[in-house]
Write a protein that binds this ligand. Structure first.
Ligand code: DAH
Length: 350
């Protein structure tokens, strides 16, 4: 058999066998790699044919060499294109296996929600921080001195009866009002620095718990002490607060009142946001809803706390957070604010 013929025959034979093997459906990338080794490796048929070269005449060598090279290229092309095909199939299978069913409902992530009392506090804080106020914290176990005496309520003052107190001992008590922060701050500021603070926090009174009373409740105290501040500044400030809490078109009304630490003292009503003044159950047909107490800081308080009332004036206000929250969100029992009932809490998700 001529060498040329031998090469040709080997070419056809190899090609056919290889194609048969490549068409095997159970072929994997691993077994393809083995095929490559089998055909193109050192002990493979192509290498074997190469070995035949040395027995050929110089005239025969070039065309035989060409044939073998063509065969080599063919084999590696066939294997290469099979490899691509297998890799592609592997990707497809993976995609198929990891297919995401976008019609499945997602898992709900359970996040908490801000408590309605905290929500009101944050709202008021944001407003006052925007007007240049500082937010102050004060102790809940307080000295009688700060809670009462420095606020112009000495021992045996009848106003003490307005606030039934939990005493810890003769000097200490659970603060009955966040107004205690007034005395702390003025003394801390030393009588010659402007004060502009709000103090949100818990307060306590020996009240029987019912739909509108709680022995523990939340207040926000506000205090401004500076030169040349008047009742109209107080009114403007409270109007801003009422509008931010209850709507831009609210109005406020001031009524004379009495608090030992302010003179004059006022109580503040906001125009009813439910009936807009026509009269409804919310405003008890008056068109107005009481929201807070306030006044110009009593001169006695200023001087006891180190500020000269001839140079400084101040205004103060105290607002009940529960009352605001109940009005704003239509909550009719104060106790539900402390009951941690998820059905209520969930309504205040951001
Ligand atoms: N501390 C008062 C209370 O608990 C509320 C209050 C009224 C605070 C008038 C003030 C104020 O600062 O000026 O009833």
């Amino acid at each position: 058999m001529s060498d040329k013929f031998k090469a040709l025959e080997a070419y056809e034979d190899l090609k056919q066998k290889l194609e048969a093997k490549l068409s095997n459906t159970s072929l994997t990338l691993q077994s393809l790699q083995e095929l490559r080794q089998e055909y193109l490796g050192k002990k493979g048929p192509i290498q074997e044919l190469m070995g035949e070269m040395k027995n050929l005449s110089p005239e025969e060598k070039p065309s035989f060499g060409q044939k073998i090279n063509a065969l080599k290229t063919l084999v590696s092309d066939l294997i290469e294109s099979k490899k691509k095909e297998l890799e592609e199939r592997q990707v497809q299978e993976k995609l198929e296996k990891e297919r995401i069913d976008i019609t499945l409902p997602g898992k709900e992530v359970n996040t908490g929600s801000i408590h309605v009392l905290s929500k009101v506090i944050e709202e008021v804080e944001d407003l006052f921080i925007g007007m240049g106020y500082e937010v102050k914290d004060g102790p809940e176990v307080e000295y009688d001195e700060y809670n009462f005496r420095l606020l112009n309520i000495p021992k045996d003052h009848p106003a003490r009866a307005m606030q039934d107190t939990f005493y810890v001992d003769v000097e200490r008590l659970l603060r009955t009002q966040t107004s205690a922060a007034q005395a702390h701050t003025m003394l801390e500021y030393g009588g010659n620095k402007d004060v502009r603070i709000i103090c949100p926090g818990k307060a306590y009174r020996r009240d029987e718990d019912d739909a509108t009373h709680s022995h523990q409740f939340t207040q926000i105290e506000g205090l401004v002490v500076t030169k040349d501040v008047t009742m109209s500044d107080l009114k403007g400030t409270l109007l801003k607060m009422a509008q931010s809490l209850f709507g831009e078109d609210r109005e406020i009304r001031l009524r004379p009142s009495y608090f030992p630490f302010t003179e004059p003292s006022i109580e503040v009503d906001v125009s009813c946001f439910k009936c807009h003044g026509k009269g409804c159950s919310m405003c008890k047909d008056t068109g107005w809803i009481e929201i807070l107490g306030a006044g110009m800081v009593n001169n006695n308080v200023l001087s006891m706390c180190g500020y000269d009332p001839k140079k400084y004036q101040g205004f103060a206000f105290g607002v009940g957070v529960e009352r605001i929250a109940m009005l704003k969100y239509g909550i009719d029992d104060i106790r539900s604010l402390y009951a941690n009932d998820l059905r209520l809490l969930k309504q205040f998700k951001a």
